[in-house]
Structure formats: C-alpha cells, structure tokens
Ligand binder design. Structure first.
Ligand SMILES: Cc1cc2nc3c(=O)[nH]c(=O)nc-3n(C[C@H](O)[C@H](O)[C@H](O)COP(=O)(O)O)c2cc1C
Ligand SMILES: [Mn+2]
Length: 499
C-alpha cells in the first residue's frame, strides 16, 4: 500500500505507525484524568512511539485515545517521520522535503472533494437528546487546566452564509457539559471571520468539528492559507486525490466520510462560557481562563470503537510546533518568494515554540537589491507581519544561507555572533499581534498590537556582496584532500566513532 493512503485515512496511518513500531498499544487500564496526558507528555519529551490508549477507565467501551499524533521520533535520520506520514512522505523526509510537498500544492489545481451519501463516520449517530459528550473519554490534560478538552487535534468546519468559502481550521474546545463546549474563535482567524458574517445576519454559526480526520486534512486545517481559500480543495491539490465527504445530519456542512468522530451543531450568537486556562503551545500554564463562545452540539456521529486524537500542549515538540510551525513555515516562504525577496527557506524552529521563524537569505541575491539592514527589515516586516501566517509569529530572524536553519545549534551560533545589539533589532510596536504570545503586556493585548521584532543576523558587508568572515570548522578550514585523508584514517588514529 502506498504511503499516500496513510495521509488519506487515520486508521491506515495508525497501521503504518504500528508496522514501523512507532505506536504503542496500551491495553493496561489508564485514567483520562491526567494519567494518559502525563504519559503523552513524556512521550513527546523523550520522542517515543505514539501511545494508543485502548482501555480508558469509565468510558464508553471500545473508545480509544491516540496521543502525540505528530510527535517527533528519536531515530536518527527519521526525526520527522510521523509528521511526514501526514503527507504520505517517506520516514527519512527532511523539513525541506516536507515544505516542498506542501508548497507544490499551492501551485497545483484544486481538486474538488467527492460528495458521498454515507461513510464509516455514520456507523453511530446520536441526535438531540441522545447527545452525551461525557460518554467519550474526555481527558484532563494538565493539573491546572480549567476543564477537560474534547478538541485539541480536531478541526472546526464552518462556511460563509453564501456557501462559497468553506473553512477548516484546528482550534481547541473544552467541555462545558454533555451537550456544550467552549473555545476561542479569534476574530482574525477564519472561524472568527466567518462567525462575524453569520452574526451580521443575526444568526448562530452552523458548525462541526472533525476528530480523527485524514492526517493530511488535519495538517492543512493547521495551515494559515489566505482568507477565502477553502481548505478541502487545497487538500485535494496536495494529495492529487479527492477527499471523500459526507453531509452532516443537522446542517449543510460536509465532513470527511472516514473521520473517527464528528460533532455538529452551532456556535452561539451570544452565549459565552469560561474557557481554560490550558497548558499551551508556548510552553506555559496560565492560571486564569477567558470567556469564549459556547458551541452547542446537536448531533454526534462516530465510527465503531472511535479513536480520539489529542495534543497535550506544552514544551516543544508537540503538534503546535510540528504541524502549525511547519505549515506556517511553508506559507511564509511562499509569501516571501512571491514578493521576489532573496529567501530560500523559512523555518519555525520547533524549539522556539512557534514564537519565531528563521529566514534563510541568499546573500548574492541580497546584494543585488542595493539595500541595508533597516530598509530590508522594514520591507520584510510590512510583507510578512501583515500576512495571515506572519501575524501568528512574533519574531523573525534573518540569516544568510551558509546556516542550515533547521539546525538549532547553527541558529543559536548565528544569533549570538552576528546580530548587533544596537543596530540589528528592529521592533514594530504598531503592527497587529497574535494575542496568545506569552510575553505581551496587558496594554499590548488591549491595543492588539506590539511584540513584533526582526533580528538581523546578516553582516553589513553581506548587503554589499562581500563577506565579513568565513567559518572556522572541520568543513570550512581544511582543503578537501586533508579532510579526506583524515576521514580515511580515522579509525587508524585510534578513534572508533565519529567518522
Ligand atoms: C494542535 C494545534 C492546536 C491549535 N489550536 C488553536 C487554537 O486553539 N486557536 C487558534 O486560533 N488556532 C489554533 N491553532 C492554529 C490554527 O489551526 C491555524 O492558525 C490555522 O491556520 C487556523 O485556520 P485558518 O487559517 O483557516 O483561520 C492550532 C494549531 C494546531 C496544530
Ligand atoms: Mn483558512
């Protein structure tokens, strides 16, 4: 079976992980109150195989939970394997391979979904009074969270009132009771924009949430594509195949036919509930929640023995870094290359918790622009921070392409040694900012602005087509014949490894 099938179907994805021994099926009874989340957290932090919890105390028989769906692996050369499989790519794929695959779809023709009459997600249907979300194993993820989270790796499905713009976007949802959930619908995210269109008509927003979707669909739902681009069409372009969709029971939305669980209903026009706090993507646990809209669940459809995937947010790497960070990287690269900037790669270092993106600049092409750091930074800031993906990332690091920006050690070296404290930090207090960024002040959040910076690690000479200095290292400081001789003789010198 081709790896593409894993991108198109969550259970095929799990089978492939099992085949690779990148899945641990846990038959021992575990509690959904912190225990399975603590296991998942440890799995991320040690880069272990994804846990599939098969026996969860007190939950509906057969219901399971998958942790760390896009966690990293410890195997050298295959660190990104679980993420790559979301796109049907081989285990050894690099960040560059994955970003190239995502970007190829931007240029490909959209492939429309196939609209089916039914599918596995309709194996069980609860309507109205039958809806009881608490029969599912809904986990408490961190001790100080404000509630249990049903949705941490599911995507919202909404559409504009005229049906033209169909938006799929990942967002979290906390349980309020058996029929209600709450979570953010930030006005600048597409769910917030579409909700505003319905609100203007005085109507609640028809809504669904998909959990256990085709992995490629989840990844794209975590991608900041431009407004009015419908994610389902883009997923078809990415895979070169139509997604199979079925209609929800109670509204006019279409969802993947092979999803594990679909919640459907509406986002209230006025009703709010206290949401959070939750341990979050930046690695912090806040102690206070916020008021967010209530999502009313009017129907639930699910497969037999449904599997709920979860992300236990916190210190990297988890899916807010591996999925969100990677999808943002691809979009930022697209935007900068479209604008003809001399940029050959962009990478949200997972270690930076999606709070910075590193930009690899080609110094030969940079010199042709006849610019300087301040002018270049201003141009990049206007283009990037003003865009949908750039709004999400508060810090940009500009560095020349002698650095492999996916290697955090090299990024740290450049950051420490190339940016002048006085001349290379450019701040943009008047630009819009993403409210979840942890260091923003109360005033920033009130204004919705601030916290944006560009750190320039390009030397002044590099803007003029010259070098300031070379690199002193094994690779750069010796002629090829010496390096080859050393490598050939390595064990003869008495070293057993490192050749
Ligand atoms: C695991 C995970 C959780 C996320 N949680 C949220 C969230 O709670 N709120 C939010 O606005 N974005 C969240 N995101 C990011 C959005 O999914 C992302 O910005 C996406 O582009 C939103 O869709 P849109 O561009 O169509 O608005 C999350 C992403 C991932 C991968
Ligand atoms: Mn969108």
């Amino acid at each position: 079976m081709s790896l593409l099938e894993s991108a198109l179907d969550f259970r095929t994805f799990l089978n492939e992980l099992a085949k690779r021994q990148d899945l641990v099926e846990i038959q021992q009874e575990v509690s959904a109150e912190l225990e399975l989340a603590a296991i998942t957290r440890r799995v991320y932090e040690h880069r272990l195989p994804a846990p599939l919890f098969c026996n969860i105390r007190g939950s509906m028989p057969g219901a399971r939970i998958l942790g760390a769906p896009a966690g990293m692996t410890a195997k050298a050369g295959e660190e990104y394997a679980r993420l790559a499989l979301h796109f049907g790519l081989a285990a050894h794929s690099s960040p560059q391979d994955i970003v190239a695959k995502i970007r190829a779809a931007v240029k490909a023709e959209p492939v429309a979904p196939e609209y089916c009459l039914t599918g596995p997600v309709k194996e069980n249907i609860w309507l109205g009074d039958e809806v009881d979300l608490e029969r599912f194993p809904v986990p408490l993820l961190h001790e100080k969270d404000g509630g249990k989270y049903f949705g941490t790796y599911g995507f919202h499905v909404v559409q504009s009132p005229d049906g033209e713009w169909k938006s799929w976007g990942i967002g979290r949802l906390m349980l309020v009771d058996g029929k209600r959930l709450t979570g953010p619908a930030i006005p600048t995210q597409h769910i917030g924009m579409i909700r505003e269109m319905w609100s203007k008509q005085g109507k609640p927003t028809p809504w669904a949430m998909v959990l256990g979707a085709p992995p490629a669909a989840v990844a794209v739902a975590g991608m900041p594509l431009p407004a009015y681009v419908s994610e389902p069409d883009y997923i078809g372009a990415l895979l070169g195949k139509s997604l199979s969709l079925v209609k929800t029971q109670t509204n006019d939305l279409w969802v993947p036919a092979n999803a594990e669980i679909v919640l459907e209903g509406e986002i209230s026009l006025t009703e709010q509930a206290q949401e959070g706090p939750m341990g979050e993507y930046h690695g912090y646990q806040h102690y206070q929640g916020n008021l967010h809209p209530v999502f009313h669940v009017k129907a639930v459809t699910f497969r037999n023995n449904p599997i709920l995937p979860i992300c236990v947010a916190g210190l990297p790497p988890e899916e807010n870094h591996t999925i969100w960070g990677t999808m943002i990287s691809a979009q930022l690269l697209e935007i900068m290359q479209q604008a003809q900037l001399p940029v050959d790669f962009v990478w949200c270092s997972y270690e930076a918790a999606t709070c910075w993106a590193v930009v690899s600049v080609d110094p030969a092409k940079l010199a042709l622009l006849d610019t300087c750091a301040a002018e270049f930074a201003a141009r990049v800031a206007e283009l990037v921070f003003g865009s949908h993906p750039g709004y999400l990332v508060p810090k940009l690091i500009l560095v020349s392409n002698d650095i492999d920006i996916t290697d955090i050690q090299q990024v740290v070296w450049a950051l420490a040694t190339r940016s002048h404290p006085q001349h290379d930090h450019f701040t943009f207090p008047e630009l819009k900012s993403f409210p979840m960024v942890p260091y923003l002040t109360g005033e920033d959040k009130q204004r919705g602005r601030g916290g944006k910076v560009i750190i320039n690690c390009l030397f002044p000479e590099q803007f003029k087509g010259r070098e300031r200095a070379g690199t002193a290292s094994f690779q750069h400081s010796y002629p090829e014949h010496i390096r080859n001789k050393v490598l050939e003789n390595w064990t003869r010198y008495g070293y057993s490894s490192g050749s």
